[in-house]
Design a protein around this ligand. Sequence first.
Ligand SMILES: Cc1cc2nc3c(=O)[nH]c(=O)nc-3n(C[C@H](O)[C@H](O)[C@H](O)COP(=O)(O)OP(=O)(O)OC[C@H]3O[C@@H](n4cnc5c(N)ncnc54)[C@H](O)[C@@H]3O)c2cc1C
Ligand code: SF4
Length: 349
Amino acid sequence: MMRLPHFTFHAPRDVREAADLLASAPPGSAMLVAGGTDLLPNMKRRQQVPSTLISLRQVASLREISNATGLTLGAGVTLTEVVRDIRARCTSSAQASKAYAGLWQAAAQVATPHLRNMGTIGGNLCLDTRCNYYDQNYEWRKAIDFCMKKDGETCWVALSSPRCLAVSSTDTAPALVALGAEVTLVSADGTRRLALSDLYRNDGIHYMTRQPNEILTSVHVPPLEGWRSTYWKLRRRGSFDFPVLSVAAAIKVAADGTVEAGRIVLGAVASRPIEVAGAAGALIGRPLDDEAIAAAAAATAQPAKPMDNTDFSLVWRKRVTRDFVAYALRELRGDDMREVRLKIARQLF
Ligand SMILES: Cc1cc2nc3c(=O)[nH]c(=O)nc-3n(C[C@H](O)[C@H](O)[C@H](O)COP(=O)(O)OP(=O)(O)OC[C@H]3O[C@@H](n4cnc5c(N)ncnc54)[C@H](O)[C@@H]3O)c2cc1C
Ligand code: SF4
């Protein structure tokens, strides 16, 4: 049985107290814990070994959801609550396809119901990057002399790589980037708000621009104003696994039926969600017909650079990226894609 290392535990009641605790801890010694569904297994495997844990579960303000302008979610809102809230706003399947559907589909496909009951939107956005050489127990990692991300020097995925190529595996980040979301970060020094896209770096170790003393307090999704969104996920076990490829797409269609604006974001192909501006650009000013969809899908082939450090063959994952982009756009066009989704969930590729 893997045991947690020893640590000091704090349970602050408000964000200010949490920020002060974070600021007063020696550099690198303290970590925040929300649902603990990622951090605690990582601590058991000694991938992360904070000597102090600051829990956010008692901070009531982080559990708030507001529909005043768009959708604002406190970082401590659980993924189950995200799914429930968006579902509650939809009275028909037609509405469901519009009301933040991409976020709903992404949150609903994270892990298992138990993990979604504990896991929070903030924890999901700050999720550690993943790699087959890193997500192993201590003895396994020691046997290969560790790796650059923790305790070692070499990247076993690309021996000459100067940086870690561990994979961004959060489901909700690509969906929220596609929806143009922003996040608020609070520290003892102040508050800042930034585009969610700017929270991420393409570096498997330093994958966030969040400072160590900052707490992600809320996620702001702008009003829909005609945007529609969707999320497609590839994984081995349809009810459990992390994504090894995901596609989040959001578009706004003008009254004449042409695409006015769009965002296409790939997940699990790099150390951060990758927005492919060229793919969305291929749609602008055109109706969402087969030709436009094929052009957008083709534009994602080059930026999708999966590495050989997650499940399935990387060549195949790269090849099916186009198919997944096409599925997402066809769904946004209104095609009935339930059969395709079912086949993917059952691995009938
Ligand atoms: C078997 C299994 C399957 C999983 N499958 C998936 C999957 O398919 N898709 C997926 O996306 N995830 C998956 N996960 C990972 C995890 O369950 C989810 O990502 C979950 O949303 C993490 O949220 P949490 O609140 O539990 O985060 P925690 O574990 O509490 O924290 C995760 C990280 O975020 C930091 N953090 C948490 N909250 C904040 C905050 N407010 N501000 C700043 N930093 C913060 C923590 O310090 C830590 O580094 C899986 C986990 C397991 C064990
Ligand atoms: S990509 Fe390389 S450095 Fe990063 S976790 Fe994997 S093996 Fe380690």
